[in-house]
Unconditional design. Structure first.
Length: 317
């Protein structure tokens, strides 16, 4: 932008001040004329303020052009100190600093999300190979059975639900539909879904009590499924007991969890010793469960003893 255009833009932005000054000078000139003041005094009284105003606005215009050129040369990637010592200038500098800090925080959040998503995808694709390989082996050895295929399809369905639920949960605009329902009802639906695995492993299951809760039925079902899936997966003998009484308790007689692993169970990708030893864990189910519980303002806690079993408790905050 040429200097003439910059000067014209400055005058345009200062048009109200210029108009107010001209109006004031006109009123002063009218008063002096009506009072029949001497011409020399009239010129001094009229022209001296005009000269001062022009000089002041000239400096302001110079400062305006200087500031414009500074800003047009400045890269957003490396913002220097804002060259305006006025209070408004300091306010703008503070806003710029806050904006830069906010942008860095959002950028770090995006980096973390991308890293978590990449890690999850790696784990997910690796875990998806297990039931697929099992199905392939059964097909090659002519050992395809209805129960065997159902178990492997259930595993595939669970891993797929984990990935889709994780992606939906990261979206801040995720819609939650709250309604009052009996948590025991959706738990029974989950037990029916895993009935074949209970039967194949000869595990017992019992449900007692009820818990009327106002929450999101769909998301709570996703979280409860992960807990039931873990209970069945890591229980070789015995069974699973589920009780409701203004909370939900899931007890199993499985292999248990090491005490040193308990504090980290809900971390992203953490599997623990038993999870790695059995080569069945991705560390995603409990991480997803904790994220859902936090969104639903519920608390999930786990206690366990090795070779004796695990107890999971869900309750209101």
């Amino acid at each position: 932008m040429t200097y003439l255009r910059l000067i014209a833009r400055f005058c345009q932005e200062k048009s109200s001040e210029i108009a107010l000054f001209l109006l004031t000078e006109g009123m002063i000139a009218l008063v002096l004329f009506l009072q029949e003041i001497d011409l020399t005094a009239f010129k001094v009284a009229f022209l001296l303020p005009t000269l001062i105003f022009v000089i002041y606005q000239s400096f302001a215009c110079y400062r305006f052009i200087q500031l414009h050129q500074f800003l047009t040369r400045t890269s957003v990637e490396n913002l220097p100190r804002f060259p305006d010592s006025t209070l408004i200038g300091e306010d703008y500098q503070r806003l710029i600093t806050d904006l830069e800090q906010w942008s860095q925080e959002k950028y770090q959040e995006l980096l973390k999300f991308d890293k978590d998503l990449l890690d999850l995808t790696k784990l997910w694709t690796h875990q998806m190979k297990v039931p697929l390989a099992a199905l392939d082996l059964m097909a090659q050895t002519n050992q395809l059975t209805q129960s065997g295929v159902q178990n492997q399809l259930l595993e595939l369905d669970n891993y797929l639900n984990i990935l889709l639920s994780y992606l939906r949960l990261q979206n801040t605009s995720t819609d939650f539909r709250f309604e009052t329902f009996d948590v025991a009802d959706i738990t029974r639906d989950m037990i029916k879904k895993y009935a074949n695995q209970f039967i194949m492993k000869n595990l017992s299951v019992s449900i007692s009590g009820s818990w009327q809760l106002t929450s999101d039925r769909k998301w709570l079902s996703v979280a409860i499924e992960q807990l039931i899936n873990n209970a069945v997966k890591y229980t070789k003998t015995g069974g699973v007991t589920i009780q409701f009484d203004d909370n939900m308790t899931i007890k199993d007689t499985g292999i248990g969890i090491l005490p040193e692993d308990l504090p980290r169970l809900f971390e992203h990708g953490f599997t623990g010793y038993n999870g790695r030893n059995n080569q069945k864990s991705t560390g995603l189910g409990l991480y997803l469960t904790k994220g859902i519980m936090d969104k639903l303002e519920l608390t999930v806690s786990i206690t366990s003893q090795v070779e004796k079993g695990t107890e999971v408790r869900i309750e209101k905050n």
